[in-house]
Design a protein around this ligand. Structure first.
Ligand code: PLP
Length: 392
Protein backbone atom coordinates (compact mmCIF):
# COMPACT_ATOMS: atom_id res chain seq x y z
CA UNK A 1 0.00 0.00 0.00
CA UNK A 2 1.52 3.31 -0.96
CA UNK A 3 -0.59 5.49 1.28
CA UNK A 4 -3.00 5.42 4.19
CA UNK A 5 -6.16 7.41 4.94
CA UNK A 6 -4.93 10.66 6.42
CA UNK A 7 -7.37 11.30 9.28
CA UNK A 8 -9.89 9.51 11.46
CA UNK A 9 -13.11 8.89 9.58
CA UNK A 10 -15.04 7.88 12.71
CA UNK A 11 -14.54 11.38 14.10
CA UNK A 12 -15.75 13.39 11.13
CA UNK A 13 -19.06 13.50 9.32
CA UNK A 14 -19.12 12.77 5.60
CA UNK A 15 -19.78 16.41 4.63
CA UNK A 16 -16.59 17.35 6.46
CA UNK A 17 -14.57 14.45 5.06
CA UNK A 18 -15.44 15.57 1.52
CA UNK A 19 -13.88 18.95 2.30
CA UNK A 20 -11.05 18.05 4.68
CA UNK A 21 -9.63 14.72 3.51
CA UNK A 22 -6.78 14.35 1.04
CA UNK A 23 -5.04 17.63 1.87
CA UNK A 24 -1.26 18.04 1.77
CA UNK A 25 0.60 18.02 5.10
CA UNK A 26 0.37 21.32 7.05
CA UNK A 27 3.84 22.69 6.60
CA UNK A 28 4.79 26.32 6.27
CA UNK A 29 4.04 27.54 2.73
CA UNK A 30 2.67 24.13 1.67
CA UNK A 31 -0.16 24.30 -0.88
CA UNK A 32 -3.71 23.83 0.43
CA UNK A 33 -4.56 21.60 -2.53
CA UNK A 34 -2.58 18.60 -3.76
CA UNK A 35 -0.55 19.28 -6.89
CA UNK A 36 -0.98 17.42 -10.19
CA UNK A 37 2.03 15.15 -10.62
CA UNK A 38 2.88 14.44 -14.24
CA UNK A 39 5.43 11.68 -14.25
CA UNK A 40 5.33 8.26 -15.88
CA UNK A 41 8.18 6.91 -13.79
CA UNK A 42 9.79 7.31 -10.34
CA UNK A 43 13.37 7.32 -9.20
CA UNK A 44 14.41 4.03 -7.65
CA UNK A 45 17.43 1.80 -7.20
CA UNK A 46 17.69 -1.78 -6.06
CA UNK A 47 14.82 -4.21 -5.82
CA UNK A 48 11.27 -2.91 -6.30
CA UNK A 49 9.28 -3.78 -3.18
CA UNK A 50 5.54 -3.72 -2.45
CA UNK A 51 4.38 -0.12 -2.03
CA UNK A 52 7.07 1.43 -4.23
CA UNK A 53 5.65 3.73 -6.88
CA UNK A 54 8.19 2.60 -9.48
CA UNK A 55 6.03 3.25 -12.54
CA UNK A 56 2.97 5.37 -13.31
CA UNK A 57 0.72 2.42 -14.14
CA UNK A 58 0.96 1.19 -10.54
CA UNK A 59 0.49 4.45 -8.72
CA UNK A 60 0.45 8.23 -8.99
CA UNK A 61 0.69 10.81 -6.17
CA UNK A 62 -2.32 12.62 -7.64
CA UNK A 63 -4.50 9.51 -7.18
CA UNK A 64 -3.63 9.21 -3.48
CA UNK A 65 -5.68 12.09 -2.02
CA UNK A 66 -8.73 11.08 -4.09
CA UNK A 67 -8.36 7.41 -3.12
CA UNK A 68 -8.01 8.35 0.55
CA UNK A 69 -11.04 10.61 0.46
CA UNK A 70 -13.24 8.03 -1.27
CA UNK A 71 -12.15 5.41 1.25
CA UNK A 72 -13.01 7.63 4.20
CA UNK A 73 -16.36 8.59 2.69
CA UNK A 74 -17.35 4.94 2.25
CA UNK A 75 -16.05 4.04 5.71
CA UNK A 76 -13.36 1.67 4.38
CA UNK A 77 -10.12 0.78 6.15
CA UNK A 78 -7.99 0.65 2.98
CA UNK A 79 -7.43 3.30 0.30
CA UNK A 80 -9.75 3.20 -2.69
CA UNK A 81 -8.61 2.46 -6.23
CA UNK A 82 -9.37 4.86 -9.06
CA UNK A 83 -9.79 3.64 -12.62
CA UNK A 84 -9.96 5.21 -16.08
CA UNK A 85 -13.77 4.99 -16.03
CA UNK A 86 -16.65 3.45 -14.14
CA UNK A 87 -16.66 0.63 -16.66
CA UNK A 88 -12.93 -0.01 -16.14
CA UNK A 89 -13.83 -0.47 -12.46
CA UNK A 90 -16.68 -2.82 -13.48
CA UNK A 91 -14.22 -4.82 -15.57
CA UNK A 92 -11.81 -5.18 -12.65
CA UNK A 93 -14.64 -6.15 -10.29
CA UNK A 94 -15.97 -8.83 -12.68
CA UNK A 95 -12.46 -10.29 -12.88
CA UNK A 96 -12.92 -11.48 -9.27
CA UNK A 97 -15.34 -14.17 -10.52
CA UNK A 98 -13.49 -17.48 -10.99
CA UNK A 99 -13.69 -19.02 -14.47
CA UNK A 100 -16.75 -21.26 -14.53
CA UNK A 101 -18.29 -19.36 -11.62
CA UNK A 102 -21.74 -17.82 -11.26
CA UNK A 103 -22.69 -14.13 -11.25
CA UNK A 104 -26.07 -12.93 -10.00
CA UNK A 105 -26.92 -9.51 -11.40
CA UNK A 106 -29.96 -7.19 -11.50
CA UNK A 107 -31.64 -7.28 -14.91
CA UNK A 108 -31.79 -3.49 -14.70
CA UNK A 109 -28.14 -2.98 -13.82
CA UNK A 110 -26.29 -0.12 -15.48
CA UNK A 111 -26.50 -1.05 -19.15
CA UNK A 112 -22.72 -1.09 -19.75
CA UNK A 113 -22.11 -3.44 -16.82
CA UNK A 114 -24.88 -5.71 -18.06
CA UNK A 115 -23.49 -5.80 -21.61
CA UNK A 116 -20.01 -6.62 -20.27
CA UNK A 117 -21.34 -9.43 -18.09
CA UNK A 118 -23.45 -10.82 -20.95
CA UNK A 119 -20.49 -10.81 -23.34
CA UNK A 120 -18.17 -12.48 -20.83
CA UNK A 121 -20.79 -15.06 -20.00
CA UNK A 122 -21.41 -15.72 -23.72
CA UNK A 123 -17.67 -16.46 -24.03
CA UNK A 124 -18.06 -19.08 -21.33
CA UNK A 125 -16.17 -17.25 -18.58
CA UNK A 126 -19.02 -17.59 -16.09
CA UNK A 127 -22.75 -18.21 -15.80
CA UNK A 128 -24.93 -15.12 -15.56
CA UNK A 129 -28.20 -15.19 -13.61
CA UNK A 130 -30.23 -12.00 -14.12
CA UNK A 131 -32.79 -11.22 -11.43
CA UNK A 132 -35.40 -8.71 -10.37
CA UNK A 133 -33.30 -7.21 -7.58
CA UNK A 134 -36.36 -5.90 -5.72
CA UNK A 135 -37.65 -9.49 -5.42
CA UNK A 136 -35.60 -10.76 -2.48
CA UNK A 137 -36.82 -14.38 -2.73
CA UNK A 138 -35.89 -14.55 -6.41
CA UNK A 139 -32.39 -13.19 -5.70
CA UNK A 140 -31.81 -15.64 -2.82
CA UNK A 141 -32.90 -18.54 -5.04
CA UNK A 142 -30.41 -17.41 -7.70
CA UNK A 143 -27.67 -17.13 -5.05
CA UNK A 144 -28.14 -20.61 -3.62
CA UNK A 145 -28.67 -22.03 -7.11
CA UNK A 146 -31.65 -24.18 -6.07
CA UNK A 147 -29.77 -27.41 -6.87
CA UNK A 148 -27.38 -25.82 -9.39
CA UNK A 149 -24.04 -24.22 -8.49
CA UNK A 150 -24.22 -21.45 -5.86
CA UNK A 151 -23.18 -17.91 -6.81
CA UNK A 152 -19.60 -16.62 -6.65
CA UNK A 153 -20.56 -12.97 -6.97
CA UNK A 154 -23.63 -10.89 -6.24
CA UNK A 155 -23.81 -7.61 -8.13
CA UNK A 156 -25.96 -4.99 -6.48
CA UNK A 157 -27.19 -1.68 -7.72
CA UNK A 158 -29.85 0.15 -5.74
CA UNK A 159 -31.82 2.04 -6.83
CA UNK A 160 -31.37 0.51 -10.29
CA UNK A 161 -30.79 2.47 -13.46
CA UNK A 162 -33.26 3.49 -14.82
CA UNK A 163 -36.12 1.55 -13.18
CA UNK A 164 -35.20 2.79 -9.67
CA UNK A 165 -35.99 -0.55 -8.04
CA UNK A 166 -34.72 -0.76 -4.46
CA UNK A 167 -32.90 -3.90 -3.29
CA UNK A 168 -32.93 -5.03 0.35
CA UNK A 169 -29.18 -4.59 0.72
CA UNK A 170 -28.77 -5.94 4.27
CA UNK A 171 -30.67 -9.16 3.61
CA UNK A 172 -29.09 -9.78 0.22
CA UNK A 173 -25.54 -9.17 1.51
CA UNK A 174 -26.14 -11.65 4.33
CA UNK A 175 -27.55 -14.23 1.91
CA UNK A 176 -24.59 -13.81 -0.43
CA UNK A 177 -22.16 -14.20 2.45
CA UNK A 178 -23.91 -17.41 3.49
CA UNK A 179 -23.06 -18.99 0.10
CA UNK A 180 -19.56 -17.45 0.01
CA UNK A 181 -20.30 -14.98 -2.79
CA UNK A 182 -18.42 -11.68 -3.05
CA UNK A 183 -20.79 -8.70 -3.07
CA UNK A 184 -20.06 -5.71 -5.30
CA UNK A 185 -22.39 -2.71 -4.97
CA UNK A 186 -22.57 0.02 -7.59
CA UNK A 187 -23.23 3.06 -5.39
CA UNK A 188 -23.09 5.64 -8.19
CA UNK A 189 -26.71 6.81 -7.86
CA UNK A 190 -26.57 7.32 -4.10
CA UNK A 191 -23.02 8.47 -3.34
CA UNK A 192 -21.64 7.62 0.13
CA UNK A 193 -23.61 10.58 1.51
CA UNK A 194 -26.89 8.75 0.89
CA UNK A 195 -25.94 5.07 1.20
CA UNK A 196 -23.00 3.17 2.73
CA UNK A 197 -22.89 -0.32 1.17
CA UNK A 198 -19.85 -1.49 3.18
CA UNK A 199 -21.79 -0.87 6.40
CA UNK A 200 -24.73 -2.80 4.96
CA UNK A 201 -22.51 -5.83 4.27
CA UNK A 202 -21.10 -5.34 0.77
CA UNK A 203 -17.48 -6.37 0.17
CA UNK A 204 -16.72 -3.86 -2.58
CA UNK A 205 -18.27 -0.52 -3.54
CA UNK A 206 -18.11 0.69 -7.13
CA UNK A 207 -18.49 4.24 -8.39
CA UNK A 208 -18.72 5.89 -11.71
CA UNK A 209 -16.84 8.93 -10.36
CA UNK A 210 -17.94 10.56 -13.62
CA UNK A 211 -21.34 11.22 -12.05
CA UNK A 212 -22.01 12.83 -8.63
CA UNK A 213 -18.55 12.47 -7.13
CA UNK A 214 -16.82 14.58 -9.79
CA UNK A 215 -20.16 16.29 -10.34
CA UNK A 216 -19.55 18.69 -13.24
CA UNK A 217 -19.84 16.51 -16.36
CA UNK A 218 -16.21 17.15 -17.23
CA UNK A 219 -14.46 13.95 -16.13
CA UNK A 220 -14.70 10.24 -16.86
CA UNK A 221 -13.36 8.18 -13.97
CA UNK A 222 -14.26 5.15 -11.84
CA UNK A 223 -13.41 3.77 -8.42
CA UNK A 224 -13.52 0.63 -6.30
CA UNK A 225 -13.42 0.71 -2.51
CA UNK A 226 -13.02 -2.27 -0.16
CA UNK A 227 -11.77 -3.04 3.34
CA UNK A 228 -10.74 -6.57 2.34
CA UNK A 229 -6.94 -6.74 1.74
CA UNK A 230 -7.12 -9.80 -0.54
CA UNK A 231 -9.79 -8.25 -2.73
CA UNK A 232 -7.94 -4.94 -2.86
CA UNK A 233 -4.72 -6.69 -3.87
CA UNK A 234 -6.52 -8.54 -6.67
CA UNK A 235 -8.22 -5.37 -7.91
CA UNK A 236 -4.99 -3.37 -7.76
CA UNK A 237 -3.23 -6.15 -9.68
CA UNK A 238 -5.97 -6.09 -12.31
CA UNK A 239 -5.62 -2.35 -12.73
CA UNK A 240 -1.82 -2.58 -13.00
CA UNK A 241 -1.75 -5.35 -15.61
CA UNK A 242 -4.82 -4.35 -17.65
CA UNK A 243 -3.81 -0.70 -17.68
CA UNK A 244 -7.14 1.12 -17.28
CA UNK A 245 -5.58 3.83 -15.14
CA UNK A 246 -6.78 7.32 -14.31
CA UNK A 247 -5.05 10.35 -15.77
CA UNK A 248 -3.61 12.65 -13.07
CA UNK A 249 -5.64 15.61 -14.35
CA UNK A 250 -8.90 13.65 -14.15
CA UNK A 251 -8.08 12.53 -10.60
CA UNK A 252 -7.34 16.11 -9.60
CA UNK A 253 -10.56 17.41 -11.17
CA UNK A 254 -12.59 14.71 -9.43
CA UNK A 255 -11.23 15.68 -6.01
CA UNK A 256 -11.88 19.34 -6.87
CA UNK A 257 -15.50 18.44 -7.64
CA UNK A 258 -15.83 16.21 -4.60
CA UNK A 259 -15.24 19.15 -2.24
CA UNK A 260 -18.81 20.39 -2.85
CA UNK A 261 -20.41 16.92 -2.89
CA UNK A 262 -22.53 17.45 0.22
CA UNK A 263 -23.96 20.75 -1.02
CA UNK A 264 -24.74 19.36 -4.45
CA UNK A 265 -26.29 16.13 -3.21
CA UNK A 266 -28.42 17.99 -0.68
CA UNK A 267 -29.76 20.57 -3.15
CA UNK A 268 -30.31 18.08 -5.97
CA UNK A 269 -32.08 15.71 -3.56
CA UNK A 270 -34.43 18.44 -2.32
CA UNK A 271 -35.17 19.51 -5.89
CA UNK A 272 -35.88 15.89 -6.85
CA UNK A 273 -38.39 15.36 -4.03
CA UNK A 274 -40.25 18.54 -4.98
CA UNK A 275 -40.31 17.79 -8.71
CA UNK A 276 -41.35 14.14 -8.17
CA UNK A 277 -44.33 15.25 -6.09
CA UNK A 278 -45.45 17.73 -8.73
CA UNK A 279 -44.93 15.26 -11.59
CA UNK A 280 -46.84 12.61 -9.64
CA UNK A 281 -50.06 14.64 -9.83
CA UNK A 282 -49.56 15.95 -13.39
CA UNK A 283 -51.96 14.46 -15.93
CA UNK A 284 -49.27 14.49 -18.63
CA UNK A 285 -47.41 11.81 -16.66
CA UNK A 286 -48.63 8.20 -16.42
CA UNK A 287 -46.20 7.11 -13.71
CA UNK A 288 -43.36 8.51 -11.63
CA UNK A 289 -40.58 6.19 -10.46
CA UNK A 290 -38.81 7.71 -7.46
CA UNK A 291 -38.19 5.99 -4.10
CA UNK A 292 -38.75 9.31 -2.33
CA UNK A 293 -42.49 9.14 -3.09
CA UNK A 294 -44.51 7.45 -0.36
CA UNK A 295 -46.47 5.60 -3.04
CA UNK A 296 -43.28 4.14 -4.56
CA UNK A 297 -42.85 0.35 -4.01
CA UNK A 298 -39.25 0.93 -2.86
CA UNK A 299 -40.04 3.74 -0.41
CA UNK A 300 -39.90 1.82 2.90
CA UNK A 301 -36.76 -0.07 1.94
CA UNK A 302 -35.10 3.13 0.78
CA UNK A 303 -35.89 4.79 4.11
CA UNK A 304 -34.35 1.85 5.98
CA UNK A 305 -31.00 1.93 4.18
CA UNK A 306 -30.58 5.38 2.64
CA UNK A 307 -30.34 8.81 4.25
CA UNK A 308 -32.03 10.45 1.25
CA UNK A 309 -33.52 9.27 -2.03
CA UNK A 310 -30.97 10.43 -4.60
CA UNK A 311 -31.81 12.84 -7.38
CA UNK A 312 -32.78 10.62 -10.30
CA UNK A 313 -36.45 10.55 -11.24
CA UNK A 314 -37.98 8.52 -14.05
CA UNK A 315 -41.32 9.33 -15.61
CA UNK A 316 -43.52 7.53 -18.08
CA UNK A 317 -44.96 10.24 -20.28
CA UNK A 318 -48.67 9.98 -21.16
CA UNK A 319 -49.04 9.59 -24.93
CA UNK A 320 -46.18 7.13 -25.42
CA UNK A 321 -42.80 7.43 -27.08
CA UNK A 322 -43.86 10.27 -29.38
CA UNK A 323 -45.00 12.44 -26.47
CA UNK A 324 -41.84 11.58 -24.55
CA UNK A 325 -39.67 12.65 -27.51
CA UNK A 326 -41.73 15.85 -27.87
CA UNK A 327 -41.10 16.68 -24.21
CA UNK A 328 -37.34 16.20 -24.60
CA UNK A 329 -37.38 18.43 -27.69
CA UNK A 330 -39.37 21.13 -25.89
CA UNK A 331 -37.19 21.70 -22.81
CA UNK A 332 -35.05 24.85 -22.79
CA UNK A 333 -33.30 24.77 -19.41
CA UNK A 334 -32.99 20.99 -18.97
CA UNK A 335 -30.32 19.57 -21.29
CA UNK A 336 -31.26 16.59 -23.46
CA UNK A 337 -28.26 14.32 -22.85
CA UNK A 338 -27.28 11.00 -21.43
CA UNK A 339 -25.37 10.64 -18.15
CA UNK A 340 -26.29 12.05 -14.75
CA UNK A 341 -24.99 13.48 -11.52
CA UNK A 342 -23.70 16.84 -12.73
CA UNK A 343 -24.76 20.25 -11.42
CA UNK A 344 -26.93 20.76 -14.51
CA UNK A 345 -30.25 18.97 -14.98
CA UNK A 346 -30.33 16.39 -17.80
CA UNK A 347 -33.23 14.57 -19.42
CA UNK A 348 -33.17 11.52 -21.66
CA UNK A 349 -35.45 8.88 -23.16
CA UNK A 350 -33.53 5.76 -22.23
CA UNK A 351 -34.78 3.52 -25.01
CA UNK A 352 -33.05 5.72 -27.58
CA UNK A 353 -30.08 3.45 -26.75
CA UNK A 354 -30.29 0.20 -28.73
CA UNK A 355 -28.82 -1.77 -25.79
CA UNK A 356 -31.45 -0.68 -23.28
CA UNK A 357 -33.51 -3.72 -22.18
CA UNK A 358 -37.07 -3.76 -23.58
CA UNK A 359 -38.41 -4.13 -20.03
CA UNK A 360 -37.69 -0.37 -19.84
CA UNK A 361 -40.82 1.36 -21.21
CA UNK A 362 -40.38 3.24 -24.52
CA UNK A 363 -42.00 6.38 -23.04
CA UNK A 364 -39.69 6.44 -20.00
CA UNK A 365 -37.63 9.58 -19.44
CA UNK A 366 -34.78 9.66 -16.95
CA UNK A 367 -34.33 13.00 -15.24
CA UNK A 368 -31.03 13.76 -13.56
CA UNK A 369 -32.05 16.61 -11.30
CA UNK A 370 -29.35 19.25 -10.82
CA UNK A 371 -28.83 22.10 -8.41
CA UNK A 372 -30.64 24.92 -10.26
CA UNK A 373 -33.55 26.81 -8.72
CA UNK A 374 -36.41 24.33 -8.43
CA UNK A 375 -39.06 26.75 -9.75
CA UNK A 376 -37.00 27.37 -12.89
CA UNK A 377 -36.68 23.61 -13.37
CA UNK A 378 -40.41 23.11 -12.84
CA UNK A 379 -41.45 25.96 -15.14
CA UNK A 380 -39.39 24.50 -17.95
CA UNK A 381 -40.68 20.97 -17.37
CA UNK A 382 -44.29 22.05 -17.18
CA UNK A 383 -44.13 24.09 -20.40
CA UNK A 384 -42.52 21.08 -22.11
CA UNK A 385 -45.21 18.79 -20.66
CA UNK A 386 -47.87 21.09 -22.16
CA UNK A 387 -46.20 20.72 -25.58
CA UNK A 388 -46.12 16.94 -25.18
CA UNK A 389 -49.70 16.81 -23.93
CA UNK A 390 -50.91 18.84 -26.91
CA UNK A 391 -49.83 15.90 -29.09
CA UNK A 392 -52.27 13.50 -27.45
C1 PLP B 1 -22.30 5.81 -15.72
C2 PLP B 1 -22.42 4.61 -14.86
C3 PLP B 1 -21.48 3.58 -14.90
C4 PLP B 1 -20.32 3.58 -15.88
O1 PLP B 1 -19.41 4.59 -15.60
P1 PLP B 1 -18.51 5.36 -16.69
O2 PLP B 1 -17.75 6.32 -15.87
O3 PLP B 1 -19.44 5.97 -17.69
O4 PLP B 1 -17.64 4.32 -17.33
C5 PLP B 1 -21.65 2.51 -14.04
N1 PLP B 1 -22.70 2.46 -13.19
C6 PLP B 1 -23.63 3.43 -13.13
C7 PLP B 1 -24.77 3.30 -12.18
C8 PLP B 1 -23.53 4.53 -13.97
O5 PLP B 1 -24.47 5.49 -13.91
Amino acid sequence: MSHEPSSHPEQLSPETIAVAAGRPAREHDAPVNPPIVLSSTYVGTGEVVDGDRAYGRYSNPTWDPLEDTLSQLEGATLPGLVFASGLAAVSAALSLIPVGGVLVMPRHSYQGALVMAQEQSAKGLFTLRCVDIANTDEVIAALTGSGEKAADMLWLESPTNPMLEVADLRVLCRSAQAVGAVVVTDNTFCTPLVQKPLELGSDVVLHSVTKYLAGHSDVILGALITSNPDLRRALHHHRSVHGAIAGPFEAWLALRGLRTLALRVERAGENAVELAQRLNVHDGVDRVLFPGLESDPGHERAKAQMTGFGAIICIEVAGGQEAADALVNAVRLWTPATSLGGVESLIERRRRHANEPDTVPANLLRLSVGVENVEDLWNDLSQALSTATALR
